[in-house]
Design a protein around this ligand. Sequence first.
Ligand code: IPM
Ligand code: MN
Length: 374
Amino acid sequence: MQHRVAVIGGDGIGPEIVREGCRVLEAAGGRYGFDLDFTEFEIGADRYLATGELLTEDDLVEIGKFRTIYFGAIGDERVKPGVLEKGILLALRFHFDQYVNLRPIKLLAGVPTPLANKGPAEIDFVVVRENTEDFYVGIGGRQTKGRQHAELEVLRSLYSVKFGLDIESDAEELAYQIGVVTREGSRRVMEYAFELAERRQKKVSSVDKANVLSDVYGLWREVFADVAAVHPSVSTEYTFVDAITMWFVKNPEWFDVVVTPNMFGDIITDLGAMIQGGLGLAPGGNINPRGTSMFEPIHGSAPKYRGQNIANPIATVWAGALLLDSLGEHEAAGGVVGAIEQTIADGVVTRDMGGAASTSDVGDHLVRLIGRRS
Ligand code: IPM
Ligand code: MN
């Protein structure tokens, strides 16, 4: 069996961590009996600075020929924040309609957590983040003199009552950005979450802020109730996003599958990454179950560590295990996660985890462990 994988190392530490990830996946192929055929794409800050291109039509056509993308990280200090993130990472998620952002929050054996009295038995859940809607749709603007926005009709009346402002006079300035939730966009990600829960502990917690943003998250709640009704074996609960940050810290053992709108999911998964031992460990998958999916560490490009061979490759390797899972190579995926645990037990870890190993030392060790037949 051969699997073709598009590889985008990206910026900062991206290329070096993905290099280790590819080596580990290749070793897993050797051990579990499949071939991986990697095709690299030079996309990121360097090309943008040289040519002005973020993602070209050509890139999308070529990458679209793959079912799977292995992605490092994007972001560079020479480029204004948001340009690469929106123009590359979010553009890929949206273009390929990767509506599930799957982020396991699992404390591996031997990894310290900042939570007192909690261990691997207590910290083992999955966040299913909606990945194409909400405040990420990019509808918004800034009011500048002479420009007309339809949305400003609403703001005009609001602001004149509240502040006595004429928002179109050149003395005033405001910005707005709109979140969009659709029934179908919510239904499909919730369906994924419930099917996942059916294979796990059969519990789904929904995240929202329906007590304030009652239109968008009111619809989210309605859809959640509808999807729950067709999955009677799964127990459910509603949580508010502010409260769930508290419960992640206090009682992480309550959670099995957490389904969340996009932006709240972004925020709570950084917290999740911390309780599972740090950003250096946390993997993610951007999944379109019938299209092209993309696997990446949830951390960024950490430009100040670029090229020093000190970054922790574990999040990327673990993302590689999620990638194998998506290709149906479940045994190999389990083998990779097992090798990560053994590597940590052997103390071959980078400095963020208190060790002295380099990025490639960790890769070497993982490759050796996977290659060793039990
Ligand atoms: C993430 C990141 C991205 C996001 C950024 C880089 C656009 O924070 O993957 O969590 O907000 O989704
Ligand atoms: Mn994030």
